[in-house]
Design a protein around this ligand. Sequence first.
Ligand code: BGC
Length: 777
Amino acid sequence: MIVSGIMAQALTPTEDPAWLLRETGYELLRESTFETRFAISNGFLGVRGGLATHLGACRTILPRTYVAGLFDTPTPDSTVPELVPAADWLQVRILLPDGPMMRCPNRSSRALTLDMHRGILFTEARQSCNAPLDVYLRTLRLVSLDARAVGMQLIELQIENGVSDLTLEASFGPTDFELAPERAEPDLRAWRTWRSSRSLAIAAAASLHVDGVERAPTARGDLMWSWSWTASPGQVVSFQRIIAVTRHHSVDVHSGARARRELAAARALGWRGVIDRHEAAWAERWRSSDVQVEGDAAAQAALRYAIFHLNGAVNPADPQVSVAARALTGDDYRGHVFWDTEIFLLPFYTLTWPEAARTLLLYRYRTLDAARAKAAAMGWRGALYAWESADTGAEVTPAQTVGPDRKILDILCGSQEQHISADVAYAVWQYWQATSDEAFFCQAGAEIILETARFWASRAELEADGARHIRGVIGPDEYHESVDDNAYTNVMAQWNIERGLETASLLRERWPGIWNDLSERLGLDEVELKQWREAAETIAIGFDPETSLFEQFTGFSALEKIDLAAYAGRSVPMDVVLGRERTQRTQVIKQADVVALLALLPEIFPDAAGEKNFDYYEPRCGHGSSLSRALHGLAAARLGRPETALRYFRQAAAIDLADTHVAIGGGVHIAALGGVWLTAVFGFAGLSLRPDGLAFAPQLPEAWCKLEFRVHWQARQLRVTIDRTAQSLRVVLEKGSAMAIYIGEERYLAPAGEALALSLVHIRIQKIHGTPPFSPL
Ligand code: BGC
C-alpha cells in the first residue's frame, strides 16, 4: 500500500470535471493532435503537451517549448523569420539496469488531464507487463502565469511492486541546429540565434526525494542530473525541476544573469509556492473572464477551453510581441501575427483584460514605422501593416508555397491583403471606446488611426466615374486574388478614414497641444483632412440599394454559382475540390467576407440588408478558413438567429476540440477560439459599445438556460446574467461608478455596486436594429 507522497495534493487535478479536458490512451498517429490540444502557455513560454518521460514505444512527435519573440530566419538567404523553439526542458529517462523502464507501459493507462482552472497539465501512466517493477507515474507541468519566465515540472513515481536498481535522468533536448551555443554551465545555458542576434538563456534547478528525503545527484552535467538508487515496493519518488527562461533582443554576454535571478526567486518560493502563485494568477484571470452557460455542457466546455487559451496566449508585460495565428502551441504559420489578433482576439482582451489589450496594440504602435515603410515602398502614404508580421513589423508573408497538388504557388497576400491596416485601426478604436485610456490614445492609438486613415485616403484613387476605387486587393476571401473594390476592404477603409477624421477633431478639441505636436510631426494639415473627407464620401462600397446586397467585389455576381450543398461531407476545402483556377472563376468564398463586415459593422446594413446579405453569402461560403464559422455565428446571433449561431459556435469550437477542420498538430486555432467567446458575448448576449455605456440584445439559443460573464468598461467591472428561465437580464456593477445600460434604444442606469434587473417577459428580442425589446421591471 503506497503512502501518498509529498506532491500528492499538487498532482491531483481539480475535482469539478467542467474544468478538465481529458484524454486516455496512446495512439502514435494522433499524438501530435494531443500535443496541440494539451499545450499550455503564459504568453511568454508555450509548451506543447508531449510526453516528458520516455514511455517505451510511445514517443513525442513534436516536443516544443516556444519563447515569444524568439525569431530567426532558417537559412542565410531566407527573408521569412520563424519562431525558434527553445531546448526541450522536460526530458526525463527512467532506467532499469537493462534499459529504459516503461518499455512496456500499459497504453490504456496513459492519461492527459488539462486542468484549466489551475493552468496545469497532468499526465499519468502505469508500467504493467513483465517488468521487474510495477510503477505508477504521475507528472505535472506548468508555465507560471505569475512569473512568466518560470516553468516547472513535477514527477511522482510510486513503486507498487518489485525491487530493482533504478536511475532517473533529467536533461534538456538538443538545440544546436536552431541556436548557436554561447554558454554551458551546470545550472545555466545560453544561446544566440544564428542570424537575428537574439539571445536566450535558461537557468534550471532539479532535485529528487525518495520517501521525502532528498538525494544528491549521482551524476551531474550541464543542465543534466542523474540519480540512482534501489527501488522497492511502497517507495514514493518525487522529482522537481524549475527553469527560468529569458530572451534578449541583442547578443548579451550577461544574458544568463536575469535567468539566474528569476530562477533564484522561484526556488525561494519552492515548488509549492510557485504553484500557489501560478494558481492565484489563474484564479484572477478566471474571475475576470469566465463565461458560464447553464443547460449546455458542451458549450460550457467549449467556452472554458477557448478562454483558457486566450488567457494563456498573451503577456501584458511585453509589447515586443503579439499573438501568433497558432499562439505558442505549434509550428504552423511560423509564429506570425495576422488580422486574427485584432479582429478575433482583441475584443476578448479589451473587455476582460484591458492591460493585455493595450500591450497588443502597443506592438502595432511599435511596428508603425515598418507599416509606414511598407506603404511608402508600394507608392502610398500612411501606414500599411504587414499581412504577416513577426518581431520587426516588416512584411514576412512567404512569397510562395506548395499547393495541394504539389505545384508551387505564388502567395499574393503580403502585397494585396491590405484590410489588415483597417483591422488594426478597428481594434484601436474599440479599445479606446471601451476603456477611455487617454494616455494610450494620445501617445499611440491616435497616431495609428491617423496613419492608417492616411494610407486609405491615398490608396483609394479617384476615377472618371467620380468614385474612388481600391483595385488589386485580396479581401478576407483569399480564393479570389487581385480583385477590385472588395466590399470588406473598402467599407473598412471608409470607416478607418472617418475614424481618422473623428480622431483629428477629438484631439484638436480635447488635447490641442498633443494635436499640434502630432499633426506637425505627421505633416497633417487641413488640406489633407479635406481630401480624407472627400475620399470617405466617394469610396465605392458596392452596395446595391435595389437588392440591399453588397457585391463582394466588382464582378463577383457574374461568376459561376456552385451549389455547395452538393459537396456536403467533403473532407477537403473547396479550392482543393475544384482546383485553384476554377475556384477563382466561381462564387465559392473561402471565409466570411461581406459576412465579416456584418459581424464588425452591423450598423452600416440598413433595414433588412443584414439578413439579405447573410442569406446570399452564407450558401456561397466553403469555410476554407478556421476563422469563418465564428464570424458566421456572431453575425447570425445578432440577426436574431440563435440556433444557426449555435450551430456555427459548435463548429468553431470543434476545430480544436474534435479535429474537424484540418489536423491540429500545427497548433490551436486561436482566432476560432476568440470567435467562440465573441459569439457568446457579442452574439448571444448582443453586447455593443456606446459612448456612455454598454448595450445588450440577448438572443440565447433554446439549449442555454442562463449565460453569465463579466466585462470591463471604462474602469468598471460588470457581471452580466441573462436568464432564459426567469426571462431577465441582470447587470451588477461590481466596480466603478454608475453607467448606462442600453437595451435597444432604451437607456437604463446601472447604479454603483448594485444590480440592475430588467425583465424580458412578453418581449420577443429583435435583431439589434429592431425595436427595444426590454421594459424596466
Ligand atoms: C486565413 C486568414 C488567416 C490566416 C491565419 C488563413 O488561412 O485565410 O484569414 O489570417 O489563415 O489564421
